[in-house]
Design a protein around this ligand. Structure first.
Ligand SMILES: Nc1ncnc2c1ncn2[C@@H]1O[C@H](COP(=O)(O)OP(=O)(O)O)[C@@H](O)[C@H]1O
Ligand SMILES: [Mg+2]
Length: 247
């Protein structure tokens, strides 16, 4: 579904990502770990095609096609959707309008929002005065309306309290597995995702296939996500850099 080859990215005249290789198969969920400032969000923003993230070398393939030079909206139309870590407030724009637009005017925002228990937010300005959990749920509602094949989820649990995390986690699980419980089985029509997580909490809800550790703009290692998480908890990220230097 997504293949990143030898990607090096420059932002504001500085190299932020170096020689990144990463691959997410159809129906697979991969997770990205890494300390603050590692370049995780920058990688997602580069995949989505946000301005300011200049690809110096390498390429991004989506469904086999080179999308490195495409605009954000072209990538969205091809089936990539992003949930941002800190989306902006949009005073004057009602959530209802955004949800309708995200669905290409095809969906009734009311029906979708009700299914996700977000009905009462539709007539509020997007994110204005929303709590941390509500912001994440609003992002997920917009993503559900867009219905991408590939989800980029940037720290879905950040700023979400322990009770709301269950709502957010359950929503993500439903979206990635087309509403069908995974129960350890690969669901054929499942969507693909790349999820950034600090805490690993999202892994209580979503079964991930592979994890990557990003430090200083480089992939330090990859492997079983739960094993990586337990290593990080035990030894911290400094050890990742030392370990990489040893190899
Ligand atoms: N648009 C930008 N302009 C300047 N610096 C940026 C920009 N985007 C990210 N950075 C810098 O790149 C580094 C990595 O940021 P980011 O990808 O947000 O890290 P994280 O791994 O915490 O998500 C940080 O030092 C950040 O300040
Ligand atoms: Mg980030």
């Amino acid at each position: 579904m997504l293949k990143i080859e030898n990607l090096t990215v420059e932002v504001a005249g500085k190299i932020l990502l170096r020689d990144i290789n990463l691959e997410v198969g159809k129906g697979h969920t991969n997770v990205l770990f890494g300390p603050n400032g590692a370049g995780k969000s920058a990688l997602m923003r580069t995949i989505m095609g946000f301005s300011g993230y200049k690809v110096v070398s390498g390429r991004i393939l989506f469904k086999g096609e080179d999308i490195t030079e495409l605009s954000v909206d072209e990538r969205a139309r091809k089936g990539i959707g992003i949930m941002m870590q800190r989306p902006p407030d949009m005073a004057g724009v009602r959530l209802r309008e955004l949800v309708r637009a995200a669905s290409g005017e095809k969906m009734d925002p009311e029906v979708l929002a009700r299914a996700l228990d977000m009905g009462r937010f539709l007539d509020r300005d997007v994110n204005v005065g929303f709590s941390g959990g509500e912001i994440k749920r609003s992002e997920l509602l917009q993503l559900a309306a867009q219905g991408p094949d590939f989800y980029l989820l940037d720290e879905p649990e950040s700023g979400v309290d322990l009770v709301s995390i269950e709502q957010v986690g359950t929503m993500i699980r439903g979206m990635l597995c087309a509403g069908i419980e995974c129960a350890g089985e690969r669901y054929e029509k499942g969507k693909s995702a790349l999820i950034i997580t600090h805490t690993g909490q999202v892994l209580d809800y979503v079964q991930a296939d592979k994890g990557y550790i990003l430090c200083n703009g480089m992939v330090m290692c990859s492997g079983n996500p739960l094993e990586l998480l337990s290593e990080i908890k035990k030894r911290g990220y400094e050890e990742c850099v030392r370990c990489k230097l040893k190899r």
